[in-house]
Every structure is written in C-alpha cells, then in structure tokens.
Write a protein of this length. Structure first.
Length: 416
C-alpha cells in the first residue's frame, strides 16, 4: 500500500531529480573558471563569455520548448532536453579536436581549440537544460492539479541544492573535472529512461496541453502577440525589475567563487570560497517561507523585502572581510535572491491575463534570462579591466535599479 501511494509521486520525483541535475551541471562551471584559465590559458572574459553563451541558449529555449510541448507533449520535450544535456556532459569527457580560434585583438593571439570544445559541450548543456523548467511547470500543474503550489515548491527547492552540491563536488568529491561530467551524463541518462517509463501514465485522460483557442486577452498565440502584453505600464516596469535583478544575480553567481578565493577579492582561498559559495544555494529553502508570506502580507511588500536583502548582502560583500563576515554577507544575499523568485512569479502571474499567462510567462522568462545570460561576460570583462570591486559594485548597482523600479510600481499601484 505504501509503495502504491509513493508511486503517485514518481513523476514529481523524477522531474525534480532531472531539474536538480540540470542545476548541478550548470553550476559546476563557475567553480571551474580558475582551473579552466590555468589549463587552457584563457582569461576571465573568455570564461565569462562561455558561461554567458550557455545561459543565452538556455534562455532562448524557454518559449519554443513551451510551444513544442503544447504540440508534442511535455514528456517528450523534457526527455529530449535531458538527452541533449547528457550528450553535452559526455562531450566534455573527451577533448574535441577543434582548431584554435585566432583573436585579432587583445593580449592573446588565439583561443585554444580544446577550450572551444569545452564551450561546445556547454552550449549543448544550455540547450538541453533550457527545455526543462517551463515545460516541467506545465507538467506538474497537470499531474498535481490540486497540489500545484506544493509540487512547484518541491521542484524549485530541491533543484536549488544542485547549486550546493556542484562546488562541493568540484572541491572535495571528484577533483578530476572531466570525471564529474562523465558521472553527470550517466546519471541524467538513467533518470531520463525512468522518467519516460513512469511519467506518461499520469497524463492519461488529462488535458496536458492548452486548447490553443484565443481567450479574452486577445492574444493570437504568436510571439508578437505575447510581447504585446508587455506594453502595460506595470508589466513593463516589472519586466525591468526582473531584468535588472537577473543581471545582478547572474553576474554575482558566475564569479562569486573566484571573488571569494582571489587575493584581490575576499582572499579566502579556493576550498573555503567554494564552501561558502555552496551556502548561497543552501538558503534556497527560504523560498518555501517567502511564498507563504506572499499570500499573507502581500506581493509588493515581499518584493521589497527580498530585493532589499539582496542589495544589503551585495553591499556587505564588498565592505567586510573574514570568513564569518563574508559568509554572512553571502547568506543574506542568497536569502534575498532566492526568496525573490516565488514572489516574482506570483506577482507576474497576477499582472497577466489568465488565458495568456503561460505564454506570457515564457516570454518574460526568455527576456529576463537573456539579460542574466549577458551578465557573466560583462562581469568577466569588468574584472579583467577594472578589478573585482568595480565589477561587483556594478552588479550591486543593477540590484539598486530593480529596487527603484519597484518604487515606481508601488506609486502606480497607489494611483490605480
């Protein structure tokens, strides 16, 4: 009887584990920036641009993956994405025989072909993992119609621990980074087989996809139609909030391990720095609390609370020294950054018409994640040219912009 009851949750468990692995593989890269620079002779700009490329293709997959899922079903899309991500991980195990890429300007004459092979694997991982989240939300909302909030809370909270495990794995578990990607690729392949075998039965007799009929919002189902939703002042301003916040957060996350370890940054060393970096993701548990508080005290107050916490954490990170103080700053930043996510989604869904919320969410996620994807490349360039303090100050400034835009939204809400 107990096994039968647990079987009701196998779609949730397998979808969540695949999302955990997607986060794990993505967040293996920031702690590997320094080893990549030593092994391949590349700069912060090069590693930052490589991670920006991964996050860009990840962001661009959000809207089309949702469209394909409507037509072909969510299980096929998630499984196909997992296969592509697994192939990307396995491509990093054996160096690809690519030629060096000449660089016409700059301190280096060429980018090593071996590093380009790593970038190719990263792009495959970006494409594969980009097909998961938007489709997974639709899938779990269908399978767990009466407990959607709880299911999505489990999905995001458990997956966030992929960011906890990744830097610890780089530091302690498997110092051979190619071995990490071999293990990851095999794990994703095994989970995909189980996912394809166990999940489809939960969708039998259920409306897993929208009808595609035009609703009261007047959105015609095209990309331009969904973009038209962004013309409303509060929607446009809130997209600005999410873009500014995503830029600041992604820039910090990409180079925080390097900042914590470098003498020019916090100077804590690689092992201690990676351990503190893991704490940034441990506090993702706060999402369960901020989501609950949003229902009780309101969306705008919680948006202000989480963004203020992120700004304060970023400011402290630049002004304190020592393991305890820096660790506290990272934790405060993480509480604000992770706590912002469920509140952001709840507020955005309240702004969008019900019959166009899915596509509208996909468009906004693409916009904000594309902005976030640019951040590592810009941050790496600023570190190379201006230093860590200037780069992280710029990222903190982006978070302040998000706070200012929230103030404008609050003024419009009062007038409305």
């Amino acid at each position: 009887m107990e096994l039968r009851r647990l079987a009701r949750y196998d779609a949730l468990v397998l979808t969540t584990l695949l999302w955990f692995m997607a986060k794990f593989v993505r967040y293996l890269f920031p702690p590997l920036f320094d080893p990549f620079q030593v092994a391949f002779g590349v700069s912060n700009t090069a590693t930052g641009l490589a991670f920006s490329a991964l996050m860009t293709v990840y962001a661009l997959m959000q809207f089309p993956s949702g469209v394909v899922a409507d037509r072909r079903g969510p299980v096929r899309v998630i499984a196909a994405g997992a296969v592509v991500a697994a192939l990307g991980s396995l491509a990093l195990v054996v160096p690809l025989p690519l030629p060096d890429l000449p660089v016409p300007v700059g301190p280096v004459s060429a980018v090593p072909g071996e590093f380009l092979g790593v970038v190719a694997g990263m792009l495959l991982i970006g494409v594969g993992t980009g097909a998961h989240k938007t489709v997974a939300v639709r899938l779990l909302a269908t399978v767990h119609e009466q407990r959607t909030g709880r299911a999505l809370g489990v999905l995001d909270t458990v997956a966030a621990f992929g960011g906890v495990a990744a830097p610890l794995a780089v530091t302690y578990a498997l110092p051979d980074w190619r071995g990490l990607f071999l293990a990851s690729g095999l794990a994703v392949a095994a989970l995909t087989v189980l996912f394809v075998r166990r999940t489809p039965r939960h969708l039998e007799g259920r409306g897993a996809a929208d009808t595609g009929d035009e609703g009261s919002s007047g959105v015609d189902g095209s990309l331009l139609g969904y973009l038209g939703l962004l013309r409303a002042p509060r929607v446009a301003l809130f997209v600005g909030v999410t873009v500014a916040f995503a830029f600041g957060y992604n820039g910090v996350v990409a180079f925080l391990p390097s900042y914590l370890a470098a003498d020019a940054g916090a100077g804590l060393g690689r092992a201690v720095g990676n351990t503190i970096y893991s704490a940034l993701f441990v506090v993702a548990l706060v999402q369960l609390g901020t989501g609950e508080l949003t229902d009780r005290v309101g969306r705008l107050p919680m948006l202000f609370a989480t963004v203020v916490a992120a700004v304060a954490g970023a400011a402290l990170l630049l002004s304190v020294r020592g393991v305890a103080a820096v660790g506290a700053a990272v934790v405060l930043f993480g509480i604000g950054a992770h706590g912002f996510r469920p509140v952001r989604s709840a507020y955005l869904m309240s702004l969008l018409p019900d019959d166009a919320a899915g596509g509208g969410l996909g468009v906004v996620r693409t916009v904000l994640m594309t902005a976030g994807a640019i951040a590592p490349g810009v941050t790496g360039f600023l570190i190379d040219t201006r230093g860590y303090d200037a780069a992280f100050a710029a990222l903190g400034g982006s978070l302040v912009v998000a706070l200012v835009l929230l103030g404008l939204i609050a003024l419009l809400s009062r007038e409305g």
